[in-house]
Ligand binder design. Structure first.
Ligand code: HEM
Length: 541
């Protein structure tokens, strides 16, 4: 622009009100910033408008099917696609492993602060975005939650044994609630063997949530909430946390989730421990349980809480971490159980084969006779059960979120699909679970989208097959995250799942009441709100 044009323009601007100039300057800054963001990631393709706006992403989140949107985008645009001006997504297991490696310089994005804290301004191991602080927290917890068994369920036919070193009561606590689940179904819902009279339909989705919430409150707080015994959502915890997740999801979709971290305002719109019911009540109950538990000895290896305390967690941090276990451990495991049950019920061949394995194990003395609950070590000796669990969680990963990370300053050069790619520093990158697991034809073959547990039962005497299985397992394990941020509750979840599925199919037969609409499902912040999963249950002889 020559000076003849600049001077009149400056004169014109100087005659405008100050507020207009401020708006103009701010608007120009925003536009320039967007263009800069567009330009720095221009080599990555994505749906229309993702280079300059978050609209596509907002629609994905608010639709409740973000998992499918994220899956489709990498199917269409390649292993790294663009989902927003400064946000990429990848379906490459190798890249995701690199990003999440134990010593990775990537860090968690601020999504965790804004959307995952349950109290504004307060962090726990899941929400901490500072790598050093996160590592320090994790070290204090790992022995209590994830007992000494990193490779558990790595191979469906070659499990290591669960040791339960720091938490010897874990398995018996889980058994108590498996027994309660079986008792509830038998006493209230199951029709007698071969009965043709009317049955009492049961919402399996709800019972699975009661089960996982009772287990995790028992294991984490020393006291189960008691939903299974009461056959109800005591104090409306579940309804309230579902509502909270729904509100959180909508705010995230609308781009206003940062409001919760605004001082005073954030606190005013968050649940309070003074609430008579719902999420706030759940927090106050948890705090009370922790105080009561602390009155007893914590010096021996007894449960999760005593392990946390012995490893240095105290005060409010102890509350934040313990309560977080409840949130992280109930919806996730309940969704897994619902998914596994749905896939078994809708695949008669798998159903029959699994039940034959269950019955065979009891007959051969591998599993104890009822009413004893199968032990974890015994469950690990059942290859088909292991394969069914892995396969169901592969075709429908139970937690699907971007889990955004930030590329370190200076950027990172990575190799994906044989090509070198530069990821500029400060870019956010997340993961496409649906594409990495369910649609991964390269790894699982042309029928990747089909539920076929047998794909895990390969002949491990053939070295190439053994290697292929190891690769499949490493990829599949990423449904629990990876490396620096891998799930702390994987062992607890796997023990729960294997025991529950075994005992449900040992004792009952299940049929979907509404096969045309087996459930309602909505993805909220990565967790699935699943409901209306009506089934008819019959006692087995
Ligand atoms: C099948 C059930 C479960 C699934 C699929 C699952 C999945 C995950 C995933 C994907 C992550 C990583 C998130 C990220 O990368 O940022 C994670 C983290 C975590 N999970 Fe789980 N989870 C399950 C059960 C549990 C249970 C039962 C507990 C508690 C006993 C638990 C506690 C945690 C914690 C504390 C973290 C944070 C770890 C860290 O940041 O260092 N999870 N989980």
């Amino acid at each position: 622009m020559d000076s003849d044009a600049v001077v009149p323009m400056l004169r014109y601007l100087s005659q405008q009100p100050l507020y207009l100039l401020i708006i103009l300057a701010f608007g120009s800054y925003l536009v320039a910033n967007r263009l800069r963001q567009y330009w720095r990631l221009r080599q990555f393709k994505g749906p229309f408008s993702t280079g300059v706006s978050w609209v596509w992403h907002s629609r994905a989140v608010i639709s409740g099917s973000a998992h499918k949107w994220y899956g489709d985008v990498t199917e269409k645009y390649g292993s790294i696609a663009r989902v927003a001006p400064n946000h990429l997504i990848t379906s490459s297991p190798e890249l995701w492993a690199h990003i999440n490696a134990v010593r990775s310089p990537y860090k968690r994005a601020e999504w965790y602060y804004h959307c995952a804290r349950f109290e504004p301004g307060k962090d726990n191991v899941f929400t901490e975005c500072d790598n050093e602080k996160h590592e320090a927290r994790r070290k204090k917890m790992v022995a209590g939650v994830s007992p000494n068994c990193p490779n558990l369920y790595l191979y469906v036919t070659q499990h290591q044994q669960y040791s339960g070193k720091e938490n010897p009561s874990l398995e018996s606590s889980i058994d108590t609630h498996v027994e309660e689940l079986v008792h509830l179904i038998r006493s209230k819902y199951a029709a007698p063997t071969a009965s043709t009279s009317a049955t009492t339909p049961m919402d399996l989705a709800t019972k699975m949530q009661y089960f996982t919430l009772d287990v995790i409150s028992h294991v984490g707080l020393g006291n189960a909430f008691g939903d299974l015994k009461a056959d109800e959502d005591i104090n409306g915890y579940i309804a309230s946390s579902e509502e909270g997740l729904m509100i959180g999801n909508t705010s995230w979709g609308l781009g206003i989730s940062w409001i919760r971290d605004v001082p005073i305002l954030g606190k005013a719109i968050s649940p309070s421990e003074k609430d008579a019911k719902g999420f706030g009540k759940m927090m106050s109950t948890a705090r009370k349980c922790i105080s009561e538990r602390m009155m007893k000895s914590t010096s021996e290896r007894s449960d999760m809480l005593s392990s946390f305390i012995r490893h240095g967690l105290t005060g409010d941090d102890l509350f934040q971490e313990t309560f977080e276990q409840i949130l992280a451990g109930s919806d996730t495991t309940a969704a897994s159980l619902r998914i596994i049950m749905l896939y078994i019920m809708s695949h008669p061949r798998v159903y029959a084969k699994l039940q034959a394995e269950v019955d065979g194990a009891v007959k051969a003395g591998i599993a104890p006779a009822t009413p004893k609950i199968i032990s974890d070590a015994e469950a690990q000796r059942l290859p088909y059960l292991g394969a069914v669990v892995r396969e169901a969680l592969r075709v429908h990963p139970p937690v699907v979120n971007l889990f955004s990370r930030v590329v370190p300053k200076g950027g990172d050069t990575v190799t994906v699909d044989g090509e070198e790619v530069f990821l500029p520093g400060g870019t956010m990158i997340g993961y496409s679970a649906w594409s990495m697991h369910r649609n991964n034809k390269g790894l699982y073959g042309e029928d990747a989208q089909i539920f076929r547990p047998e794909r895990w039962l390969v002949d491990q005497n053939i070295p190439s097959e053994r290697d292929r299985l190891a690769h499949m397992c490493k990829t599949n394990d990423m449904i629990f995250g990876y490396g620096r941020w891998v799930c702390l509750g994987k062992v607890v979840a796997m023990i729960e799942i294997h025991k529950a599925i075994f005992e449900l199919f040992r004792n009952f037969d299940f049929a979907l009441a509404n096969p045309h609409e087996p459930w309602t499902i909505f993805n909220t912040l990565g967790l699935y709100a699943i409901g209306n999963m009506w089934v008819e249950v019959t006692e087995r002889a």
